[in-house]
Design a protein around this ligand. Structure first.
Ligand code: FAD
Length: 288
């Protein structure tokens, strides 16, 4: 089923993100993770795409597994920088052959340790346009958004680019991690003024260890709220307490977003299903 259609019939979706591993052992772990996540009845599970990396090929393989064996809708992430049209065509055909109907169309990040071969696409919107031209409505297409702005662009310009991207043929939007819901609410107001009315899914990462916070801040512009800094300082030498507090923080964030009519909650599981399960259990009735 197309995710765009799921949003037409549901007030609130719940979904998960997993990432492809580097080796065969890791693949078995991901499959175990998927089996556990499936028990939580998600609306869809997404699989990331290693831009320029060696885990690229596994995205379709894992998405196919989600769809055929877990009987859950799969969302395949797909990045385009450094790619030629031939490679994009090959992956699109593979997705089609494997009955994957949903793509999260992304630009990808420029690698810091090497140059990229010049490709045929500069931005996510170029990929979306290409998919729509080649495949029409064959796929439901999602795209990324950034409630604190994308780190390469100022807020206003980024909004203008988001509007262009959405108008190219996007069905739903999934956010980069954020830890302060107020950024989301003020961003949503701006989208309303720009008449961007696509379903907005909040990407939530339960921060359960100090290493994760470094990763988050290196990935994107994400303000660490005072409230959260206090948790980090208080429990930096107590991993078990930090884990519990991080989980409680994510749950509180979700309760507030659901009470404010968010369209979807997408949990970045980091391939750790236990954490996702705890969040789902703690918010069961709220998400109904
Ligand atoms: P775009 O929408 O193309 O925007 C990128 C930048 O270009 C922005 O600053 C935008 O304002 C600017 N821009 C857009 N159009 C123009 C224009 N015409 N002229 C000038 N500037 C312009 N990365 C991976 O490698 N693999 C993944 O699986 C993956 N999954 C993700 C999932 C989610 C939900 C999110 C939020 C991000 C994900 N990323 C992933 C990271 C993503 O690739 C990066 O954040 C990347 O830097 C931007 O991707 P985008 O699709 O948002 O790019």
């Amino acid at each position: 089923m197309k995710i765009g259609d799921i949003f037409k019939n549901k007030v609130l979706t719940t979904s998960f993100e997993v990432f492809p591993p580097n080796d065969k052992v890791g693949l078995d772990q991901v499959y175990n993770c998927l089996d556990t996540l499936t028990l939580e009845n998600p609306d869809f599970i997404s699989v990331t795409y290693g831009a320029g990396g060696n885990t690229k090929g596994r995205t379709v393989e894992i998405a196919e597994r989600i769809k055929s064996q877990n009987n859950v809708e799969a969302l395949a992430h797909f990045t385009c920088i450094g790619s030629k049209k031939e490679e994009i065509d090959r992956v699109l055909n593979e997705l089609e052959k494997n009955n994957i109907e949903n793509i999260l169309a992304l630009r990808g990040d420029y690698p810091i340790d090497r140059d990229l071969e010049p490709g045929d696409f500069n931005y996510a919107k170029d990929l979306i346009k290409y998919i729509r031209e080649k495949k029409g409505d064959k796929f439901s297409i999602g795209a990324a958004y950034y409630v604190e702005g994308h780190r390469e662009t100022n807020d206003l310009l980024d909004l203008f680019h988001l509007k262009e991207k959405v108008d190219t043929g996007v069905d739903f939007l999934i956010s980069q991690i954020f830890l302060d819901n107020e950024f989301f609410y003020s961003f949503r107001d701006k989208l309303e003024k720009l008449q961007i009315d696509k379903p907005l899914v909040a990407g939530i990462m339960p921060v359960t260890n100090a290493k994760q916070i470094k990763k988050i801040t290196s990935l994107c512009s994400c303000t660490i709220p005072k409230k959260f800094l206090k948790i980090l300082e208080k429990y930096e030498d107590n991993p078990a307490a930090l884990k519990e507090a991080g989980l409680a923080y994510a749950i509180e964030q979700i309760v507030d977003l659901v009470a404010s009519d968010i369209n979807g909650i997408h949990i970045y599981t980091m391939n750790k299903p236990e954490t996702a399960k705890k969040i789902i259990d703690a918010t069961g009735i709220i998400r109904k």
